[in-house]
Design a protein around this ligand. Structure first.
Ligand code: KG4
Ligand code: ZN
Length: 331
């Protein structure tokens, strides 16, 4: 079955066709990032307007890249939350109109759960149960996954999401937006042991907190007396030390969850999963415990519609579908 996926939860308008939940026939992404960059973050009103402008062309491109017509689509899978309200409404309305016009079923899927399954779109077979770490710009969570529709939250962030912390630290350092890639790049030539930044402790063992470390970076920059921008070597050391501490916490808690839940597979997803330093740390840390760690390719870590189409297919096979009353679900 060919599934058309539609994703519009943040600043990417994306459409993709995935065959039988595993073969990506097309994966088209149009980002409005450049319209937000000067503000240092995504502006919801701009994002929803840009979705409106581009969604038709993006869906047409996804179909033509897949060499298919609308009549060849068996199911429409669309992100219904969490995300930006106005942005989600654009994708959902478009998907519902298509569903009605073509008389094809529609399914609304959770954006975070789609990220969890992005790692299985490139030939890796899904074997349940597994532990999943989701690290994105809006969320940081650990899950116990027993099936496509049996996903249990083990813990999440109390304050800033991991990607959000990268974005805020990049802003403090004057490195631009989005912060993840620029921090990663600056950190390459920095010393991860130069400064002792620590992520705050949390009550729940699988919860996270990144707001304290962001403030610690802010105070460090203030106390070093950098007037507008720190000298490059200092910036590099701050980036590397911050990244080191954040990655250590992500690895430690994920492995602790695998141990407690006795799972031998760990799936990492979301934008921060594109970080090479994090990927290497995970690979090195799982050797002893013989845990298999699965990362999607970098392009599938970011928001995309292939993960939405793939996940929707599996839920549909389990008998789930939505009606034309499908609405935004921000939870
Ligand atoms: O999953 P995603 O594309 O969108 C959300 O659903 O939020 O994640 C975006 C987040 C941003 O905060 C961005 O700074 C972060 O992922 N990110 C990274 C890297 N690439 C993107 N964080 C760390 N290292 C990276 N290489
Ligand atoms: Zn996302």
């Amino acid at each position: 079955m060919n599934v058309l996926g539609i994703e519009s939860s943040c600043d990417e308008t994306a459409a993709s066709v995935v065959k039988d939940g595993k073969k990506i026939l097309s994966n088209v992404i149009s980002s409005s990032l450049k319209f937000h960059q000067k503000y240092g973050g995504v502006i919801p009103e701009i994002a929803s307007r840009k979705h409106l402008e581009s969604i038709t062309a993006v869906v047409e491109s996804a179909l033509s890249e897949a060499k298919l017509k609308l009549k060849d689509i068996g199911l429409i899978s669309v992100t219904c939350g969490p995300g930006l309200l106005g942005s989600l409404v654009v994708g959902i309305s478009f998907a519902k109109s298509l569903s009605m016009a073509l008389d094809k079923p529609i399914i609304g899927v959770n954006h975070l759960e789609s990220h969890i399954f992005a790692g299985f779109l490139e030939g890796v077979t899904v074997k349940f149960p597994f532990t999943a770490l989701l690290v994105s710009g809006g969320h940081t969570s650990l899950y116990e996954v027993d099936d496509y529709d049996k996903i249990k939250l083990l813990g999440s962030t109390h304050d800033d999401a991991c990607g959000e912390a990268f974005d805020k630290v990049a802003k403090i350092l004057g490195l631009g937006y989005p912060g993840g890639p620029v921090i990663e790049q600056a950190a390459v030539k920095g010393d991860p042991k130069a400064i002792k930044f620590r992520c705050s402790n949390t009550k729940g063992i699988f919860d996270f907190s990144f707001s304290g470390i962001k403030t610690a970076v802010l105070y460090y920059v203030r106390d070093t007396g950098c007037v507008t921008r720190c000298p490059l070597p200092v910036t590099r050391d701050i980036a590397a030390s911050f990244q080191e501490s954040v990655c250590n916490v992500l690895v430690e808690k994920s492995l602790a969850a695998c141990k407690l839940k006795k799972t031998k597979r760990l799936v990492v997803g979301g934008g921060v999963a594109a970080n090479n330093y994090l990927r290497k740390k995970f690979q090195a840390s799982v050797v002893k415990s013989r845990i298999e760690v699965i990362f999607p390719s970098k392009s599938l870590c970011m928001d995309n519609a292939a993960m939405v189409a793939g996940f929707g297919y599996h839920l549909f096979r389990k008998g789930k579908r939505s009606g034309l009353d499908l609405g935004v679900n921000l939870d």
